[in-house]
Design a protein around this ligand. Structure first.
Ligand SMILES: *Cc1c(COP(=O)(O)O)cnc(C)c1O
Length: 361
């Protein structure tokens, strides 16, 4: 009788998300460069806050996240009332789709955009619309051409994952200006901290009624395992999202570790500087070995190979060397491998191994 029990339309069309691999069979000291994690981990202050939270495990967490929102607001110069915190920025993306898109509505994102946009749109019963990029870069004209009366949300990761490219604020502003009146522009700033001087779209989200910014503690803050993210935007939209947020969506440990992390600006600064230096080194080392990449503004490099077969053979060779990188065929880039910028030793190892792979052929 189970065929009477059916999920909502569209749910069974969702392809399961596959995370970056973490292990290679038979290798004990594998280096994981597949999930854009911070090789230096979180701030010591965040670790200490997490440990202190052990004394409060029997208490329910605070529901309004006021202390964390205040810390984020002070750090970024934003009004805490217009900030919402979630279980990773994934949860904010989910809230936006759930609150603003449903059957017959369209959710727009770019062809090599983050997979969660499609998943959350489909979970809400909306129609996902993938728009072509130009040379692996967001194409504002193509997005505007894809919008219509049914468009409710437009997601742009800037910098984008997995391409590593980004577009400038004037282009983003042109996009915000050109959208149909009922559509919200969501600027996903998961990698914004890696770009010196870039506010992730905060100023735009402050000024405009149709722009929301999402941010995460999973990347430069090195807290991917703890699951904390946030969104910032017009008060009216944040008020809507708060209605569907579970009151206890974040635990005390998450709230307190995130607050300590956001207040440790030195850690963020050091991680950004190391990433910038090692990313340039890695991209150059790969180019010298015959593997080009677009100029990355994030904490990974998208290595391009001649064919899907070559990318796949290189991935297999890297695994034999204990190096785990990310296949991105699911992002429409079968001839590429996404390689997280690790610490210096990991960057050297992966560049050396790719040189060996290229030399064997
Ligand atoms: C990693 C990443 C995120 C972060 O997701 P969390 O749920 O906060 O861990 C968001 N957007 C993009 C484009 C990412 O690559």
């Amino acid at each position: 009788m189970t065929d009477h029990i059916r999920p909502q339309l569209g749910i069974m069309d969702i392809a399961l998300y596959e995370g970056g691999a973490a292990h290679v069979a038979g290798v004990t000291d594998a280096v994981k460069l597949s999930s854009n994690e911070n090789p230096f981990g979180p701030s010591d202050k965040a670790r200490e806050a997490f440990q202190r939270a052990v004394h409060k495990l029997h208490r329910y967490p605070n529901t309004d996240h006021a202390s964390l929102r205040r810390a984020i607001g002070e750090t970024h110069g934003l009004d805490p009332a217009r900030i919402i915190c979630g279980v990773g920025s994934d949860e904010i993306i989910h809230f936006l789709c759930q609150a603003y898109a449903g059957p017959k509505d369209e959710v727009v994102f770019t062809e090599h955009g983050f997979l969660m946009y499609r998943i959350s749109a489909m979970a809400a019963g909306a129609t996902p619309v993938a728009v072509k990029e130009r040379d692996r870069t967001t194409d504002v004209d193509a997005i505007l051409a894809a919008c219509n009366r049914r468009t409710k949300l437009v997601f742009i990761a800037n910098p984008n994952n997995p391409t590593g490219t980004m577009i400038g604020l004037p282009e983003i502003e042109r996009l915000a200006n050109g959208l149909p009146k009922q559509a919200i522009l969501v600027l996903d700033g998961a990698y914004a901290e890696y770009v010196e001087g870039y506010d992730g779209g905060a100023a735009l989200a402050t000024e405009r009624a149709n722009v929301v910014m999402t941010r995460t503690f999973s990347k430069i803050y090195g807290l991917g395992g703890l699951r904390i993210g946030w969104g910032y935007g017009p008060q009216a939209i944040i008020d809507v999202l708060n209605r569907i947020r579970g009151p206890f969506n974040l635990s005390t440990a998450q709230l307190e570790a995130a607050e300590a992390a956001v207040r440790d600006r030195d850690h963020v600064e050091r991680c950004r500087e190391e990433n910038t230096r090692l990313r340039a080194w890695l991209a150059e080392a790969l180019a010298e070995r015959g593997v080009p990449s677009d100029t990355s503004t994030a904490n990974f490099v998208l290595a391009r190979f001649a064919s899907e077969a070559e990318a796949s053979a290189c991935d297999e060779f890297l695994q034999t060397q204990g190096l785990i990188v990310r296949r991105v065929a699911g992002y429409g880039l079968p001839h590429c491998l996404r390689i997280t910028v690790g610490d210096e030793a990991s960057c050297r190892r992966v560049a050396h191994a790719i040189g060996q792979f290229k030399g064997q052929k």
